[in-house]
Design a protein around this ligand. Structure first.
Ligand SMILES: N[C@@H](CCC[C@H](N)C(=O)O)C(=O)O
Length: 311
């Protein structure tokens, strides 16, 4: 893509986990890490926790093998420009964008991600009733997030530390890595803009997202998160799924044993997600996804960002 062209973008969020959406169906744009970081810069750029690069699966080398199952690939990038396997809030916003752009109908659709194909269900829009977009304004989106992997043995548990306090944390993989710590008070996690220390670091050679969790009631928890590659964010969908499964196991609830789904409400600073684990081990996440607005980038600004990235 010529950098003299105006680049269309949209801004969206899911429970205030916010994203710059870059439609690029034919994968003509080489988004360098520096260009992504500049797009996500909250002062010099558009601002976001990450970028949703929207590409046809057939046009992307990492997604071509999924093209028969999923027409669209979510090429997800963290706000610092690093690549992540999966983004739960992102996949809902990605689905919302496809619907918004008229590329899919409401109902069921499949989206390719680096963690595999994820199936989403877009509810028909309901009348606006909730100013925070928790589901009333644009209808909720449910995503089949796959199974949570909870390793056994020495990698099952790590220790996370912030500001002189330490907690044991459960290792949960939702396509991307998470460490889930149950704490007495969410304020104990202090400043999460810098990454908590996680030991032993060798358990997560590619880094990890860290969730801090407190009780709110029966099958109801609240969390804060430090996201790998983004810092503290207002929500993390894969993190909420990891938290749900860790909380259920801690509470002695395993849907595979019970023979029925187990559902938790997970409050995040930016809203609320509903997470269910089914008897076959798969996890479903339901929550809002909002398109905030759209525009075009100035050609000169984009050229600068791409040239910086190439440097
Ligand atoms: N916000 C996301 C997770 C984004 C990726 C994560 N920071 C990582 O590096 O794994 C979500 O909603 O799941």
């Amino acid at each position: 893509m010529s950098t003299a062209e105006r680049l269309p973008f949209l801004k969206g969020h899911g429970t205030e986990n916010d994203f710059v959406i870059v439609p690029d169906p034919d994968n003509r744009l080489e988004l360098s890490a520096a260009a992504v970081a500049r797009l996500c810069d909250r002062r010099a750029g558009i601002g976001g926790d990450g970028v949703l690069h929207v590409v046809r699966s057939a046009a992307h080398p990492e997604a071509r093998s999924m093209a028969a199952d999923a027409e669209w690939f979510m090429d997800y990038r963290n706000g610092d420009g690093s690549i992540a396997e999966m983004c739960g809030n992102g996949v809902r916003v990605f689905a919302r964008y496809l619907r918004h752009a008229g590329l899919v109908d409401a109902g069921d659709l499949a989206i390719a991600t680096r963690a595999g194909v994820r199936r989403a269900h877009i509810a028909k829009a309901a009348p606006a009733s909730d100013p925070r977009g928790q589901g009333g304004a644009e209808g909720g989106i449910t995503v089949a997030m796959g199974r949570a992997l909870l390793p056994d043995g020495p990698d099952a548990e790590v220790t996370v530390s912030v500001g002189g306090l330490s907690w044991p944390a459960r290792n949960v993989n939702m396509g991307n890595p998470h460490a889930v710590a149950f704490v007495g008070d969410l304020a104990d996690a202090g400043n999460l803009f810098t990454a908590p220390e996680v030991r032993p670091a060798s358990v997560f050679p590619d880094g990890v997202n860290v969730e801090f969790v407190v009780e709110r009631g029966p099958r109801h928890v609240a969390m804060r998160v430090h996201e790998r590659g983004a810092g503290e964010t207002r929500s993390c969908g894969t993190g909420a799924c990891a938290v749900m499964v860790a909380a259920a196991r801690r509470d002695g609830l395993d849907p595979a044993v019970l023979g029925h789904p187990v559902t938790y409400t997970v409050d995040v600073p930016g809203g609320r997600l509903t997470i269910a684990e089914l008897p076959d081990g798969s996890v479903e996440m339901t929550g809002p996804a909002v398109i905030v607005g759209e525009g075009t980038l100035e050609p000169g600004w984009l050229r600068g960002a791409l040239e910086d990235g190439a440097a």
